[in-house]
Ligand binder design. Structure first.
Ligand code: EPZ
Length: 416
C-alpha cells in the first residue's frame, strides 16, 4: 500500500545486480573449486537459483550479508526441474555451464511470461553450432555433447543477453576458439566475463558486439563481488524525478546508466555524478515529459521503460514511449489509466499525456518492472494505492519498502 505524498528526499544504498548475480551463480558450475560471490542481493530470484543448484547436488553455503560460497563437485543431477524453472526463466542460464562441464544437461523449457513469449531458440542454435545434440521432449531441453563442446563462430540474429551469457560460459571450456558476433553489450555481460576471467577463462571483447573466447581445460575458483544494480539505481532516480525530489543513490556505477541519466536531465533533473554516487535534484519542479525508445545496451534499457512511463504520466507535456525488445511490456499503462493517467497504447508505442496528479486505485502488477512503476505511480497519486501481486517486486528489489521509506515515502506491505 502506498499513500501518495510529497517529493522523495534522502539517500539510498544500491544492492548487487540481480541480472549479474544470476549468470555469475550459474558460472560457478564451471569449476569443481569453490567460488565465493559477494555483494549478492537478497532477492527471491537469487534464492530460486541457489535452490536450483542445490537440487543438482551442488554445495552452496550462504554466509552473512548474503556472501555465497559454491563448490560444484560431481553433481547428482544435471536437471533444472520444471517447478523451479517455471518460477524463474533465468534458470536457462545453467544450460551452457552444465553442458560444458558435464557433457549433459536437462533444463525445463522456460515458458513465456507477462512481457512476452521469450523463446530460447537462439541459445539452442548456438549450442548446436558448438557441437551439442539438442532435443526437446515432454517440455524439457535435453542437451548432450560427446567429450567437449567445440569452439564455433556464433552469430546472433538478434541481440540476446541470456543467449550471449549462455554461450560465453559454455565457450570457456570448449575446445578451441569461439567468436560471438552481435553479442549483447550490457554491463552485466562484462561483469560475468570479469568473473570468468578471475576463474581462469580466456575472454576478449566483453562489452563489445564481438566476443572471442579461447577454451581452456578447466577453470579454478575465485572470489568475486557482483556489480551494483543499475536498474535498481535508475528506479530510485526516476521515482525522485517523478515526485520532484532530491535523492542521492550510493554504491552505484554511473557509467552503466548513461542513457538513463541523459533522459533524467531531459526531464529537468540536475545531476551531480561521482565515482560511486549519483545525486538527483529536481529543485521542486514537476518533471518534463520525455520520449523513450528501448533498445539493447548502450541504448535506453527496456528494464527502465515502465518506470519512466510512470514519470511521464505526471510530467509536463506528452511523452512517446516505444518498446522494441519485448512484445508485451506496456501493460502497466492500463493500470495507470485506472489511476487517472492519460495513456494511449498502439502496438509497441504508448503516447502519455501528463496530468498534474494521479488518483489512488487498487492496481495489479504483472511483472517486476511494471510493479516498480506502479509503486512510483502510487507515490504521485492522491490517496492509498494498493498494488497487488507484489511478489513480482520481491524478485528484483531488495527491501523496497525500507529503502523507499528511507526517502520519505509512505509505503507498507499489507499481509495476506
Ligand atoms: C535479460 O533477459 C534480463 N534478465 C531482462 O531483465 C532484460 O529485460 C533483458 O535481458 C533485455 O535486456 C536477466 O538478465 C535475468 P534477451 P533475457 O534474451 O536474457 C528475444 C528484469 O526485469 N529472444 O536479451 O531473457 C526475446 O524474446 C528482466 O530484470 C529470442 O527471440 O532477454 C526478447 O524479445 C526482464 N530468442 C529479446 O530477444 C532467444 O533465444 C531480448 O531477450 C533469446 C531472446
Amino acid at each position: 500500500m502506498i499513500t501518495g505524498g510529497g517529493p522523495l528526499e534522502g539517500a539510498v544504498r544500491i544492492s548487487g545486480a540481480k541480472n549479474s548475480a544470476l549468470p555469475i551463480l550459474a558460472a560457478t558450475l564451471l569449476t569443481e573449486e569453490s567460488v565465493n560471490v559477494g555483494n549478492m542481493p537478497h532477492l527471491n530470484d537469487i534464492t530460486t537459483m541457489i535452490e536450483l543448484m542445490a537440487c543438482m547436488g551442488v554445495e552452496v553455503v550462504v554466509g552473512e550479508k548474503m556472501r555465497v560460497e559454491v563448490r560444484a563437485g560431481e553433481v547428482t543431477a544435471h536437471t533444472a526441474p520444471y517447478e523451479l524453472v517455471k518460477t524463474m526463466r533465468a534458470s536457462i542460464l545453467v544450460l551452457g555451464p552444465v553442458l560444458a562441464r558435464y557433457g549433459t544437461a536437462r533444463v525445463s523449457f522456460p515458458g513465456g511470461c507477462a512481457i512476452g513469449s521469450r523463446p530460447v531458440d537462439l541459445h539452442l542454435k548456438a549450442l548446436e553450432a558448438m557441437g551439442a545434440e539438442i532435443e526437446v521432449e515432454e517440455g524439457y531441453i535435453n542437451a548432450t555433447c560427446d567429450k567437449r563442446l567445440k569452439g564455433a563462430h556464433v552469430y546472433f540474429d538478434m541481440v540476446t543477453v541470456g543467449g550471449t551469457e549462455n554461450i560465453l560460459m559454455a565457450a570457456t571450456l570448449a575446445e578451441g576458439t569461439t567468436v560471438i558476433e552481435n553479442a549483447a553489450r550490457e554491463p552485466e555481460i562484462v561483469d560475468l566475463a570479469n568473473c570468468l576471467k578471475a576463474m581462469g577463462a580466456n575472454i576478449e571483447g566483453a562489452g563489445t558486439d564481438t566476443i572471442v573466447v579461447e577454451g581452456v581445460e578447466a577453470l579454478h575458483g575465485c572470489d568475486y563481488n557482483v556489480m551494483p544494480d543499475r536498474i535498481e539505481a535508475g528506479t530510485y532516480l526516476v521515482a525522485a524525478a517523478a515526485t520532484g525530489g532530491k535523492v542521492v543513490v550510493k554504491d552505484v556505477d554511473p557509467s552503466s546508466l548513461d542513457a538513463v541519466l541523459h533522459k533524467l536531465r531531459e526531464a529537468g533533473a540536475e545531476l551531480v555524478v561521482s565515482e560511486t554516487t549519483i545525486e538527483l535534484d529536481m529543485k521542486g519542479r514537476r518533471p518534463k515529459a520525455v520520449d523513450i525508445i528501448t533498445a539493447p545496451y548502450p541504448a535506453f534499457p527496456t528494464d527502465m521503460q515502465a518506470q519512466f512511463s510512470a514519470m511521464n504520466a505526471v510530467a509536463d507535456g506528452v511523452g512517446h514511449v516505444t518498446e522494441t525488445i519485448f512484445e508485451n511490456r506496456l501493460v502497466q499503462a492500463h493500470e495507470m489509466n485506472r489511476m487517472g493517467a492519460s495513456i494511449s497504447v498502439e502496438g509497441n508505442r504508448a503516447v502519455i499525456k501528463g496530468v498534474p496528479r494521479l488518483k489512488a486505485a487498487p492496481v495489479m502488477a504483472s511483472d517486476l518492472r511494471a510493479s516498480a512503476a506502479l509503486v512510483i505511480a502510487g507515490l504521485v497519486a492522491d490517496g492509498d494505492t494498493l498494488v497487488e501481486r507484489i511478489y513480482h517486486i520481491d524478485r528484483g528489489y531488495e527491501c523496497i519498502e525500507e529503502k523507499m521509506a528511507g526517502l520519505g515515502a509512505n509505503i507498507r506491505r499489507i499481509p495476506g
